[in-house]
Ligand binder design. Structure first.
Ligand code: CAA
Length: 258
């Protein structure tokens, strides 16, 4: 794609695909990759013809982390002044559901990129880990926070403190992935999962993702209040009328994503 240097982008039906493409560096996430991924995700997010986004890498690596060679010589002040990973906040903020299709290494920032997605599909050859302590740093793209919320304190702390890599089966037991699939089926499964999501009414998808996000960020009472409002607001959408009419009339709904 001429627009992007480090990723390939494609739209198939209502699904937008972002494929990390720096094979020489196992898809390590440098500043250009961050810009590319964020720009592509925001472009899909702004397109009402897209109802789900898939982020994937190669069979060998989803992403082996932030680019160590790019960061090595920076000072603490450099990292703060440039807000080195700051733009990833915009990736996490897209309204459209995002599926990570992970094969091979998802380490450091790669694991954290997956954790910013809504569904994580892992091939049985996926490997996850937060090896940053071995480099004298800590996870910097949200890993300490999202892992504790997703796995609980003790599993998260063991991974972050030891830097140990875990395989797909252990990741699934820990609650780090939505589902494990055979490596050969990963992309087909991601495609059909994404399509299943993308066919749903867009207003309901946006509301569902927003409400799920609030669950990670707020108290139970605040979250339930948010959910109730978002739920009520969907009753002013055409797709709610269509979805419920179709149920009553025992037919499949025809959504307009309005
Ligand atoms: N940054 C920069 N380059 C990387 C990289 C990274 N995170 N990971 C791999 N590469 C490069 C290697 O330097 C190598 O390049 P050269 O051929 O020019 O030497 C190329 O990709 C292939 O890698 P290897 O030869 O190391 O491949 P391997 O199969 O022997 O090992 C691996 C694979 C175990 C994943 C190993 O590459 C590795 O340990 N990578 C680093 C993992 C890591 O520490 N990630 C955390 C980064 S810090 C971070 O992510 C901070 C944050 O929280 C955001």
């Amino acid at each position: 794609d001429a627009e992007y240097e480090t990723i390939r982008v494609e739209q198939r039906g209502r699904v937008g695909w972002i494929t990390l493409d720096r094979p020489e560096a196992l898809n390590a996430l440098n500043t250009q990759t961050m810009r590319d991924v964020v720009a592509a995700a925001e472009a899909f997010d702004a397109d009402e013809g897209v109802g789900a986004i898939v982020v994937t890498g190669s069979e060998k690596a989803f992403a082996a982390g932030a680019d160590i060679k790019e960061m090595e010589q920076k000072s603490g002040l450099d990292m703060m002044l440039t807000d080195h990973f700051g733009a990833w906040t915009r990736f996490a903020a897209v309204r459209t559901p995002v599926i990570a299709a992970v094969s091979g290494y998802a380490l450091g920032g790669g694991c954290e990129l997956a954790l910013m997605c809504d569904v994580i599909l892992a091939s049985d050859r996926a490997k996850f880990g937060q090896p940053e302590v071995q480099l004298g740093v800590i996870p910097g793209m949200g890993g300490t926070q999202r892992l504790v919320r997703a796995l609980g304190y003790y599993k998260a702390a063991e991974l972050v403190l030891t830097g140990r890599m875990i395989d797909a089966a252990e990741a699934e037991r820990a609650g780090l992935v939505s589902r494990v699939v055979p490596a050969a089926e990963l992309l087909d499964d991601a495609e059909s999962t994404a399509r299943t999501i993308a066919e749903k009414p867009l207003p309901a998808l946006y509301a569902a993702k927003a409400a799920l996000d609030v669950a990670l960020e707020s108290t139970l009472a605040e979250g339930v209040r948010f959910e109730r409002q978002a739920f009520a607001a969907l009753f002013d959408t055409a797709d709610q009328k269509e979805g419920m009419a179709a149920f009553r009339e025992k037919r499949s709904p025809s959504f307009t994503h309005r």
